[in-house]
Write a protein that binds this ligand. Structure first.
Ligand code: HEM
Length: 386
């Protein structure tokens, strides 16, 4: 029988018996959002482009999403291979409950509301109000999920006239409405990712149709893996993978051939805090390696142009969240949650009864009881500030 595989972001993983899709993806180093791992939070939702989705993987999802092929990776044990895709922002609808409206008659209506499922967002992003006519008005998110319990958003109402009929009425507390998103605001999205530079196929040819590129990379990564400043970033990544990815990335850059199926540099390095100085340090090592392999200064400049180009997408003082299809995946940080069943604190091991408000790590799903939460949170703040 042929092996069962799942593919995502251009990568294919062979499933092990009894393994969930989420476990298989994480085991292979594919970055996917997840939180509860129990089919409750829906953070690991993915869309099936090709294949047969097991019914258990869709349990609890709205009918509309089931029909679009959505599944929960943490509940999915497929019998046959699946081609998976990231969720589309416009598919992700959330029912919200309105709690307050301010600014009636002014050009900016301020809405306060609670989502009926976890909604991961950042202030400055947009939600779109589902209108039924396809012209979904934009809600600008102004609250901060780390600080505020309720979501606050501003709706632009030209002439003080709200764009949807139901918003013009006196709204009852508890009015339900649907939103989709969040999506990046236009300005952020425009600056979100750099476009690739123009290719240089002559350089690939001069480098012995890529054979010199491979030799350089083998030497370069051997030094990176032995370097005390760079090696720690590569923990859990095999050197062959690093060389292979970089080789196909450079082949794509130089020749324009679609041979690289990995992440664009911004997402690939989203969690790495890389200063300009560290980037220069890496580049100096690369230049020395290129010289060692006999490249002339002009060729070195043509090679490093392909790396320099992405500097702005990698250099940062704090980790960036990963963004795919306009959706931001919270891969670090903490949020508050009220437990719907009893559990144990992942820090002190103490029992945490149902109904307790806990702090949880959005990526690892680890919870901290109210006693441990302040220390955990201040540790996180210090890390972020460092
Ligand atoms: C100080 C600078 C840099 C550090 C510390 C660094 C670190 C890393 C690490 C640890 C990975 C492995 C990620 C994974 O497999 O999960 C990676 C992947 C990658 N890096 Fe870098 N990198 C640096 C600079 C660059 C530069 C200048 C480029 C070229 C533009 C580059 C291109 C890539 C590519 C294409 C991948 C593969 C992405 C994928 O797995 O899909 N990196 N880098």
């Amino acid at each position: 029988m042929s092996p069962v595989t799942v593919s995502l972001q251009g990568r294919e993983v062979e499933m092990r018996p009894q393994e969930t899709v989420l476990d298989a993806l994480l085991r292979s180093g594919i970055d996917v959002a997840f939180s509860c791992r129990g089919g409750v939070c829906h953070a690991c939702m993915l869309r099936c482009g090709e294949g047969e989705v097991p019914a258990a993987a869709q349990r609890g999802l709205p009918q509309g999403l089931k029909e679009l092929g959505y599944l929960l990776a943490c509940q999915c044990r497929p019998q046959r291979s699946l081609a998976l895709e990231a969720p589309r922002a416009s598919d992700l609808r959330t029912t919200c409950v309105l709690t307050a409206v301010e600014g009636r008659g002014t050009p900016f209506l301020r809405l306060r509301f609670e989502p009926m499922r976890t909604l991961a967002y950042r202030p400055g992003q947009h939600l779109r109000l589902v209108s039924g006519d396809g012209l979904d008005p934009v809600l600008l998110l102004t609250s901060d999920p780390m600080e505020d319990w309720q979501i606050e958003a501003v709706l632009h109402c030209p002439g003080g006239e709200p764009p949807l009929a139901w918003l013009r009425e006196e709204l009852p507390f508890g009015q339900e409405f649907e939103v989709w998103g969040p999506v990046e605001s236009g300005a952020a999205a425009a600056g979100a990712e750099l476009e690739p530079p123009a290719p240089d196929p002559a350089l690939w040819h001069e480098l012995d149709e890529g054979r010199t590129v491979r030799r350089v990379l083998e030497d370069f990564y051997a030094q990176v893996y032995a370097d005390e400043r760079l090696a720690s970033f590569f923990e859990g990544v095999t050197i062959d993978r690093a060389i292979g990815k970089q080789y196909s990335f450079l082949q794509l850059m130089m020749t324009g051939e679609k041979v690289y199926f990995g992440e664009r540099p911004r997402n690939a390095h989203h969690w790495m805090v890389i200063s300009d100085e560290l980037f220069d340090y890496r580049q100096a090592l690369m230049v020395r390696t290129l010289e060692k392999h006999g490249l002339r200064p002009a060729q070195i400049a043509r090679w490093t142009r392909f790396e320099e180009h992405w500097r702005r997408d990698m250099v940062k003082s704090a980790a960036w969240p990963k963004v795919m299809d306009g959706i931001e995946f919270p891969l670090h940080g903490y949020a508050s949650e009220v437990l719907t069943s009893g559990s144990m604190c992942d820090h002190c091991g103490g029992e945490v009864p149902e109904g307790t408000e806990v702090l949880y790590h959005v990526r690892l799903g680890k919870i901290s009881c109210p006693q441990c939460a302040p220390a955990v949170r201040s540790g996180a703040d210090e890390t972020a500030a460092a």
